[in-house]
Design a protein around this ligand. Structure first.
Ligand code: ZN
Length: 211
């Protein structure tokens, strides 16, 4: 059945989200605001406002809004003994675990790949939903995702790779990524504008032309 809810939209990519959707479709487990936990639900009405009924307490509520609601969190990222605060937005019901990889994407700073080292609600916990978390403690893994668009045979192929944050990319340079051999033609920066040479952590996207 087309029961397209997912209560824990993953932060680590499409595959995870698909798995979780499948999980929900099988289990019909949805977060119940009255019970305060994931419970069995029956679908009452589909649409923009999907209505569901908790099989435990009987409350009828919407899940559409719930899954899209974001919370703003403080993340303290540790790198080389130095701590730096970031502000990030995560889906309210995203489940966070110590040890998970977490992409910190603060619009006003560089993007940084981290591993969660501690979660603070009212106390330190090993896992919690984002909404309950006050501060995320993480350590930089110094890897960043890099988006690359390669132009080949009249089509643009979007690629995404994980590289070291300080890896330097330069216009004119020849790269080989996932079966594409290309020359870099343009580098767009996270801040503003374009550059001829930049470190991966400062780059939004690279465009390349196959050679
Ligand atoms: Zn309930």
């Amino acid at each position: 059945m087309a029961f397209g809810f997912f209560i824990n939209p993953g932060s680590s990519g499409h595959i995870l989200i698909l798995v979780k959707q499948l999980y929900i479709m099988i289990e019909d487990q949805i977060f119940c605001p009255a019970c305060g936990t994931n419970t069995e639900h029956a679908l009452i009405k589909t649409g923009q406002e999907n209505l569901v009924r908790c099989e435990i307490c009987g409350i009828v509520h919407s899940v559409q809004k719930e899954r899209e609601r974001l919370v703003t969190l403080k993340a303290i990222v540790n790198r080389d003994e130095l701590s730096e605060p970031y502000i990030i937005k995560l889906p309210a019901n995203d489940e966070l675990h110590v040890g998970d990889e977490l992409l910190i994407d603060d619009a006003s700073k560089d993007v940084v790949m981290t591993q969660i080292t501690s979660l603070e609600t009212d106390r330190r916990v090993n896992s919690a939903i984002a909404e309950a978390v006050k501060t995320i403690w993480a350590r930089a893994t110094d890897e960043v995702p890099l988006k690359v668009s390669v132009y080949r045979n009249g089509q643009t192929h979007p690629l995404k790779i994980i590289v070291q944050g300080d890896e330097v990319f330069e216009v004119g340079e020849v790269k080989q990524i996932k079966g594409f051999k290309f020359g870099i033609v343009k580098i767009k920066l996270r801040g503003e504008g374009f550059a001829d040479v930049a470190e991966a952590k400062d780059i939004v996207r690279i465009w390349g032309r196959e050679i």
